[in-house]
Design a protein around this ligand. Structure first.
Ligand code: C2E
Ligand code: MG
Ligand code: MG
Length: 677
């Protein structure tokens, strides 16, 4: 309510203490005033005595009552006197005058003042008249004057003085007290309040995150040192806490995350995957026949094996994921992000292989082995617990296959990954085993109606089955095998071209080049060496590069493609229209041909917008256009009529083996067709 309680309490105490000090000062003051008053009163008595004595004596001598009364009245008027009574020598009242009586204010205060100030209220004056008889001076006592002073007048006077001084002192005290409080608040309590607020925001989970600021004015005093000590305490607390947390979250044997932390990390990975729309996975590992190690070599040796396995798993993962130990011989590997299931299968195989290396213990070689169960988020579970359970189930499936096996929770995933891995293994030997073949798809010159070129398309003859490139080129690209395959394709296409040169004449051959090939620094040298090796006229060779590949690394592509083009080889942008070409870059790139993607040819002649735009764009840039995927005469007619130069598609001819292509071209070129020139 008061903003800061401390400041109010502090102000209140300062005011009370100051008031008490003020009272003490006033007490002393009142004693001093009493002394002064007593002195003043004494002086008054002497003055009054002197002023009345001779006049009254004379009036009494002369028995002049009027004069006596006048003198008395005068005395009463100018002095705080209540009554003056004059008696003659016989004691009879000669004159008596009373002043106006003031009603005394008999309060405690008055009592106190009466006690404090000792005043002689009455005064008796002997009235002596000096007469000269026979030239001699005689002092004759003619009577007495009784004076009754107005003591209350003095008390009132002291009271007034005291009151005005008290008011002054109180005012000063209040002002000083309040300004002192304000200064203290500004200098001290405000900082205490701030420190207290900062302390209340300390996160118990992370105390070191709060750093209490030392006010500039307190840098070198006890207050500043106190804050420094508090900061040190917070840091110590954080250290102790992190140590406690480490003890609570780490497996004591391997120092790997324990079950609690594994679940926490997995939950975090799941949340991240959800947020970033990626996929995460978990692997459950269990050592095969670990019990034998414990039984035969003892638990100490068993512990050593577990420690070694933990280390090997961590080293093998090297940043791809994290490993934890659930207890016993069970380990968990968390993969926060992956692309394909076969990557996981490949990793599982690597983990199994790393565990399999022998461990030397007490002079004996131990051969550990493990099985791996794999579960993928979100398909196999949406929470850490569920995912772990699925991975555990998958582990049992793997164990059923014997030691050193892996399995996905989802059986079709296991089969899919196995299939991909087998394909990968076979593909590695495909080039040497001469299992790859090239088929050639004719390209028709729309202005002459003749086949003037072809595209070389690779096929894989795997155990008698022709596998289309769509199924193995992506694997070849992921594994890096594409580089050697690409060189083989180029070499094979050049060789074929040389073979058919004599019979087909100037038929160009187009070869597809993938991103991975272009990324390799050695590509240009290898490419030029193949050109030289087979002596192909570079004008008869065309490279097809997909639009997305060129655009993703525009700077590198344009330089490399520029060098290739400088050797006379033509460049074609494959699948044009499916990427996001910037027209500005397109103008700068050293390209010759735009290949309209099959997806746009498909809708011809109904939807002509994109092919029309590409043809016009190519025209503007001085490029040629090739349309691929032509399956109907209507498509072909539209393209011819609208200025497309070349056509490729099943309508003209499917990709075919070299022998078929060599016989196909002359047959096609010499056929008689209406409109064929
Ligand atoms: P691409 O370069 O766009 O090749 C054209 C694809 O369309 C070929 O499929 C061809 O058979 C198919 N095609 C041609 N005309 C028609 C048609 O009228 N209708 C339909 N539905 N399809 C048609 P293919 O041979 O399966 O090749 C697929 C892709 O594989 C190629 O697309 C190319 O990107 C890649 N590829 C093929 N051979 C190689 C190679 O030697 N190296 C590299 N890096 N990639 C290759
Ligand atoms: Mg192509
Ligand atoms: Mg294409």
């Amino acid at each position: 309510m008061f903003g800061s309680f401390l400041a109010v309490q502090q102000a209140w105490r300062v005011v009370v203490a100051s008031l008490m000090a003020a009272l003490l000062v006033l007490g002393v003051q009142s004693f001093w005033l009493a002394t002064v008053a007593e002195r003043d009163h004494q002086a008054l008595r002497e003055r009054v005595g002197l002023s009345l004595e001779s006049g009254l004596a004379k009036a009494l001598w002369n028995y002049d009552e009027d004069t006596a009364r006048a003198i008395i009245s005068d005395g009463l008027r100018s002095n705080p006197i209540r009554v003056i009574e004059v008696r003659d020598a016989d004691g009879a009242v000669f004159a008596r005058v009373e002043g106006p009586t003031q009603v005394a204010d008999l309060s405690l205060w008055q009592d106190y003042l009466g006690w404090l100030v000792r005043l002689e209220g009455e005064q008796t004056l002997d009235l002596t008249f000096s007469s000269t008889i026979d030239n001699r001076h005689h002092n004759v006592t003619v009577g007495q004057a009784q004076i009754l002073y107005d003591k209350d007048h003095f008390l009132r006077m002291i009271s007034d003085r005291l009151a005005s001084q008290a008011l002054g002192i109180l005012f000063v005290v209040l002002v000083v007290a309040l300004s002192t409080s304000a200064v203290f608040h500004w200098f001290v309590s405000r900082h205490i309040i701030r420190v207290s607020k900062d302390l209340s925001t300390v996160d118990p989970e992370d105390p070191a995150a709060t750093i209490l600021g030392v006010p500039w004015v307190h840098r070198r005093n006890e207050f500043g040192r106190m804050i420094d000590r508090l900061n040190r305490l917070l840091r110590q607390l954080a250290r102790v806490q992190s140590e406690l947390r480490r003890l609570a979250t780490r497996d004591t044997l391997t120092n790997l995350p324990n079950r609690g932390l594994v679940l926490e990390m997995l939950d975090r990975a799941i949340d991240d995957a959800r947020l970033e729309d990626t996929r995460c996975a978990v692997m459950f590992l269990d050592l095969d026949m670990f019990k034998h190690v414990n039984d035969s070599l003892g638990h100490g040796a068993g512990d050593d094996v577990l420690k070694e396995v933990g280390k090997r798993l961590g080293a093998e993962l090297s940043g791809l994921g994290a490993v934890g130990r659930l207890g016993g011989d069970e380990f968990v590997v968390m993969i926060p992000e992956y692309d394909r299931e076969e990557d996981l299968a490949r990793l599982a195989r690597r983990l199994i292989a790393s565990v399999k290396r022998p461990v030397s213990l007490l002079g004996t070689l131990v051969h550990p082995s493990t099985c791996v169960g794999i579960a993928c988020h979100p398909l196999d579970g949406s929470s850490a617990q569920a995912l772990l359970r699925s991975a555990d189930t998958a582990l049992y499936a793997a164990k059923a296959g014997g030691p050193g096996q892996w399995a996905f929770f989802n059986r079709s995933m296991t089969e899919g990954a196995l299939d991909r891995l087998r394909t990968e293994a076979k593909l590695r030997t495909a080039v040497e085993a001469e299992d790859l073949v090239l088929h050639y798809q004719p390209k028709l010159d729309l202005s002459t109606g003749r086949i003037t070129g072809c595209e070389a398309l690779v096929r894989w003859n795997s155990e008698g089955k022709m596998i289309p490139p769509g199924r193995f080129i992506p694997i070849a690209e992921e594994t890096g095998l594409i580089y050697d395959i690409g060189l083989w394709v180029l070499r094979e296409a050049c060789q074929a071209h040389r073979r058919w040169m004599a019979c087909l004449g100037e038929v160009t051959v187009a070869v597809n080049v993938s991103a991975q090939q272009l990324k390799e620094d050695r590509f240009l040298a290898d490419f030029l060496s193949i050109l030289g090796e087979f002596g192909i006229d570079p004008r008869h060779l065309e490279l097809e590069v997909t639009e997305s590949v060129i655009m993703s690394r525009i700077d590198v592509s344009s330089q490399l493609l520029g060098e290739i083009k400088a050797h006379g080889v033509r460049l074609s942008v494959d699948d044009f229209g499916t990427g996001y070409s910037s027209l500005a870059y397109l103008k700068k790139l050293p390209i010759d041909i735009l290949k309209i993607d099959r997806a746009f040819v498909k809708d011809l002649p109904q939807d002509t917008s994109i092919p029309r735009m590409i043809i016009s764009l190519a025209d503007q840039l001085g490029l040629r256009t090739v349309a691929e995927g032509i399956e109907s005469q209507a498509q072909l007619d539209w393209l011819r009529e609208n200025g497309c130069q070349m056509a490729q598609g099943f309508l003209i001819g499917r990709p075919m083996p070299e022998a078929d292509f060599v016989s196909f071209v002359p047959r096609y070129n010499t056929r008689v067709m209406p409109g064929n020139t």
